[in-house]
Design a protein around this ligand. Sequence first.
Ligand code: 5RP
Length: 273
Amino acid sequence: MDWGMKNRLARIIKPETGRGVMLAVDHGYFLGPTERLEVPRKTIQPLLPYADSLMLTRGVLRTSVDANFPVPVVLRVSGGASIIGKDLSNEKITTSIKEAIRLNVTALALSIFVGAQHEHESLISLAKLVDEGEEYGIPVLAVTAVGKELEKRDARYLSLACRIAAEFGAHLVKTYYCENFEKVVESCPVPVIIAGGPKLANELDALQLTYDALQAGAVGVDMGRNIWQSDYPVSIIKAVRAIVHENASVKEAHELFNRLKNKEQTTKTATSV
Ligand code: 5RP
């Protein structure tokens, strides 16, 4: 692997632990002002020190993240459909490689829609993006999107989607956790990270999801709503980090969360007075 590619990947998956915590805040590209991400800067800023990398669009990057904060950026470069439109799978590449280089990004991210109407276009876009990324030493994160018509979150479907992404040259694959997740990881020859998905019932469930995914071989998380839709986003991201980087058990991480959340509550109360 080329030095630049290796170096960029090491900024996302930390060599010290072989794992990474990516904070996903790209949801607006098809969901608009998602709950608790209405003002991106407000949501992102307190979490930045605890994110190994940040996944977002160029619009939110330019407007809502200070350029002098050294967080590695994973730039979402696919889009073109919205939650109220006809077909979520109808995405194309929306941002050029030149623009990505101008923004000094660490990786490029694009969704693929295996089994959906626009499966073919999304896979060809992945191939094109990998070609461009390889030319400049920029890794590509393939996001195995399931879309609203594809509620197929099982190991059979996700293995298929992840393996296809890897075969097309993705350097990293993001998918959803499912039963028998080790099968998904085993059959995907590049590192796998998990999305958190919609907000779970409580933080304990989010920590359990993180733990189970890592036990099954995931190298980290690309988590959004289960962090910033929590009432205690800083506490939960720190607890997730404890599992990812310090091998904390779910119990240890949850105890840490409970200790931190009291402090976070006190800080919130103090600043709102
Ligand atoms: C949407 C995405 C999101 O970044 C991804 O789903 C992670 O966020 P969350 O943990 O909220 O699911 O790629 O297509």
